[in-house]
Design a protein around this ligand. Structure first.
Ligand code: PRX
Length: 663
């Protein structure tokens, strides 16, 4: 790993912005100067310029009670008004907000005026169903316009959404509904994936039915169901309502009320080092300021002429910040695509870019690498000349994929912005600014203006140029998470305790390893905790281990993330079968296949292990901690590292012998 990193750090290709691009660029070097001369004044200026405040704020940051920050605390605004009505009032109601493309090829074009009207009706509908400011609403939808309408209508009435990715199982959905005590669930009969309808409503039914055992926990009064897949669904009278029927009855007029800047906007669950997902809480004014600022400057958005497309699902933070809030706050025209990249043919994405004249494209390295594998012939069949800016997010992009992206997709001219950030940071933190920064393949480069990051050692001391260590954010930022839903202690412990008492601290600990090269550009080196990054999605080893041991045959399990050419990391599981179930297990034709599917059902297909190895023992320290490092060596086919701290040093030999036999 370290030789590979050293060679990366000697990457000497640089791509300065073209004169033509720089001349029209939104961002300028002056932004850095303004931000460094007075960081807080910089953010309040941005907030006033980019947003419409119903009641202006007089305070910027309150950091008197760390790690709990408030931003623009005495101001009031309505987030949905900022994303909708004000664009219509400014005369841009006819501008297309969404070019929606369904997987089967059906389309909808929705202007800002139409989107505003739909959100007003939905806001009235949610209110009539008893949703009040502060209540939680779970959204479990495919990538259809109603997903965005629902998020904005929830925001409009000051309620809090919790979007659950449509690929998650009924169990995952249930735990998220319970943790947030959601009052309303919005779902669809189904959505299109890989050429077929994939049902969603059954997962909602199952999630709510299993909660019936604990009636005091049953907080959901209604389930709103969008008709999309036209598949048969079960119906619970009194609880379930068709979206199209209910919305037709809703009042069309709705005046957006202002809410405080710190009004909770959404909860989004993400994997942590322990089994239970964390409900990351974001609030309104600071979040919208930083998402709008970064969306405009990092993507060089010219809202009158650009067509922007971010391929992320709204179930992830990228979908929240760079499909819903950032682009709509900025009045952008964007593409929203329902399906998978390869349905019905492997050129579907490029076809969409050609069809809508997409000029700004934001996707993940895992997608780029899978297109690379298919070869340049496929994108070359389409006219991609409209593209003028490319973005990458979710995991480190290797220089080879970066160069391919630049050459084959960006026609050697479009600047690439590699954006580092997290669910917790809410918005982009580290990235080149197009038109300003000379880009460098493989490095996320520099903190955006107004953001303070560093790379430190375990004691919190800066490692300086050339050094490797841990990435920290050294000053609070507007879109920072405000906490973990219902668990302030866990918030402190997870992100702040490690660098609490350091000079200049406390620092926010991101969980990523990083290095600074001699230009002080940041190179991300992956997670340093027990969190994996599979196709740009975070999964915790503990979560998958607990799903495995929930299977009656499994006694113990250990999960590691192993390097994978396409997905970045892949899930590899080591499993001990219970003595009492050995016979049953050996009777199964494909026990490892059965366990892989089991995990898929328990958590969702993204968590399905690439490999499951049956073992008799797991490598543990004397204090009983599983040494995942050693298992990772095995999973990645390396010689096993130092085993001296194992309670039983022969265990690794037994495991590797067994694996050699089984492959
Ligand atoms: O490890 C980093 C990686 O993704 C993690 C955050 O995951 P999530 O909260 O799901 O948000 C993903 C989309 C913002 C980070 O801790 N990561 C994200 N972007 C990059 C990255 N690693 C390297 N380079 C990036 N550009």
């Amino acid at each position: 790993m370290s030789t590979q990193i050293d060679s990366l750090l000697h990457e000497d290709r640089r791509f300065p912005p073209s004169e033509e691009f720089a001349a029209q660029a939104i961002a300028s070097a002056e932004l850095y100067e303004r931000a460094s001369s007075d960081r807080l004044a910089f953010w309040s200026d941005q907030s006033r310029e980019l947003l419409t405040w119903s009641k202006p704020f007089t305070k910027t940051l309150d950091w008197s009670n760390p790690p709990f920050a408030t931003w623009f605390d005495d101001g009031e605004l309505n987030v949905a008004y900022n994303c909708l009505d004000r664009h219509v009032e400014a005369g841009n109601g006819d501008r297309v907000a969404l070019h929606w493309e369904g997987e089967p090829g059906d389309t909808r074009t929705i202007t800002y005026a139409e989107l505003t009207a739909e959100v007003k009706r939905a806001a009235n509908l949610f209110t009539s169903l008893g949703v009040e400011a502060g209540d939680r609403v779970a959204i479990y939808l495919p990538m259809i316009p109603e997903a965005i309408v629902s998020m904005l209508a929830v925001a409009r009435i000051g309620a809090v959404h919790s979007v659950v990715f449509g690929g998650f199982s009924a169990d995952s959905l249930r735990s998220r509904i319970d943790d947030a005590e959601a009052k309303l669930v919005i779902t669809a009969d189904g959505g299109y994936r890989k050429g077929k309808v994939s049902a969603l409503k059954p997962a909602v039914d199952a999630a709510l039915a299993s909660r019936g055992e604990l009636p005091e926990q049953a907080t959901v009064d209604h389930v709103l169901v969008v008709r999309r897949g036209e598949n048969e669904v079960d119906w619970t009278a009194g609880r379930d309502l068709w979206w199209h029927e209910a919305i037709a009855d809703a009042e069309p007029e709705h005046e957006a009320q202002p809410f405080p800047a710190e009004q909770p906007l959404f909860i989004l669950y993400t994997s942590g080092t322990t089994g239970k997902p964390k409900g990351i809480l974001h609030t309104s004014g600071g979040y919208l300021t930083q998402t709008a600022f970064t969306h405009k400057n990092v993507f060089d958005l010219h809202p009158e002429t650009d067509v922007y497309w971010c391929t992320a699902d709204i179930g992830w933070i990228t979908g929240h910040s760079y499909v819903t809030y950032g682009p709509l706050a900025n009045g952008a025209t964007q593409v929203l695509y329902e399906g998978t990249p390869d349905a019905p043919h492997p050129g579907r994405w490029w076809e969409i870019i050609e069809k809508y004249g997409v000029s700004i494209f934001y996707t993940a390295p895992t997608a780029i690498r899978s297109f690379m594998k298919l070869g340049r012939k496929i994108p070359k069949q389409f006219d991609l000349s409209s593209l003028r800016l490319l973005g990458s997010v979710g995991e480190p992009i290797n220089p080879e994929a970066w160069m391919w992206y630049r050459k084959i997709i960006g026609n050697k001219v479009a600047p690439i912005v590699d954006t580092w950030w997290q669910t917790e940071t809410g918005a982009i933190m580290v990235s080149a600014l197009p038109g300003v920064t000379s880009t460098k393949p493989g490095s996320a480069q520099v903190p955006i203006p107004g953001i303070a990051i560093d790379v430190v050692d375990d004691a919190g001391d800066a490692v300086g140029a050339g050094g490797g260590g841990l990435l920290v954010v050294t000053e609070p930022w507007p879109s920072m998470l405000r906490g973990i839903w219902g668990d302030p202690e866990r918030f402190k412990e997870t992100y702040w305790e490690k660098f609490w008492n350091v000079e200049g601290g406390p620092f926010y600990f991101a969980g990523d390893g990083a290095r600074l090269d001699s230009d002080r550009d940041v190179w991300l080196l992956g997670r340093v905790d027990d969190v994996m990054n599979v196709s740009g999605h975070r999964l915790s080893t503990a979560e998958i281990e607990s799903a495995l041991v929930a299977n009656e045959m499994v006694a113990e399990s250990a999960v590691v993330g192993a390097a994978d050419e396409t997905t970045g990391q892949a899930v590899v599981a080591f499993v001990i079968i219970k003595e009492s179930h050995l016979e049953q297990a050996s009777g199964l034709a494909d026990i490892t296949g059965a366990l892989r599917s089991w995990v898929g059902e328990q958590i969702g297909p993204i968590a399905r292990p690439r490999e499951v190895y049956l073992v008799n023992e797991l490598p543990k320290t004397r204090s009983g901690k599983i040494m995942r490092r050693l298992l990772r060596d095995v999973a990645e086919g390396r010689e096993v590292g130092d085993t001296t701290t194992l309670a039983d040093t022969t265990v690794m030999q037994i495991i590797t012998d067994k694996m050699v036999k089984s492959t």
